[in-house]
Design a protein around this ligand. Structure first.
Ligand code: 2BA
Length: 106
């Protein structure tokens, strides 16, 4: 068994969860915050059989929309200069697949 952990945009989380539920997957939604943009995102965790991992990733890929946005640059130089905003790509999904040693419901 694997644990699929997907960090997605808040806006996409509802559709992704629905699509996974429709296919019979059980999902848990966690509120999270990106360390770079410092804005909320959603972390979905989903325990799945090994052979279904790619199917789950395909569903997330289909429902996660990619867009570009501007973010304030972090000035780590200690100077007073304000750095111009930089364009970053957000959305889609950042997905980790972890091995599950044991899965029990008691
Ligand atoms: P954030 O850390 O807020 O990052 C948002 C987006 O900003 C990133 O999108 C990336 O396009 C850009 N970005 C992040 N760090 C950057 C940097 N040092 N310099 C320039 N641009 C940077 P994604 O890569 O799609 O990541 C979306 C969210 O997924 C991240 O939000 C973070 O919450 C999570 N994430 C991504 N990679 C991760 C990793 N290796 N470990 C843990 N969480 C990760």
């Amino acid at each position: 068994m694997k644990l699929v952990m997907a960090i997605v945009k808040d806006d996409d989380s509802f559709n992704i969860m629905n699509a996974l539920n429709v296919e019979g997957f059980i999902v848990t939604k966690l509120a999270s915050t990106g360390g770079f943009l410092k804005v909320g995102n959603t972390t979905l965790i989903c325990g799945v059989e090994d052979e279904k991992v790619d199917f789950v990733i395909d569903i997330i890929k289909k429902e996660g929309h990619i867009k570009k946005q501007f973010a304030n640059s972090v000035n780590v130089t200690g100077s007073n200069y304000t750095l111009p905003p930089i364009e970053v790509t957000v959305g889609g999904a950042t997905i980790f697949v972890l091995d599950v040693d044991k899965f029990v419901k008691v």
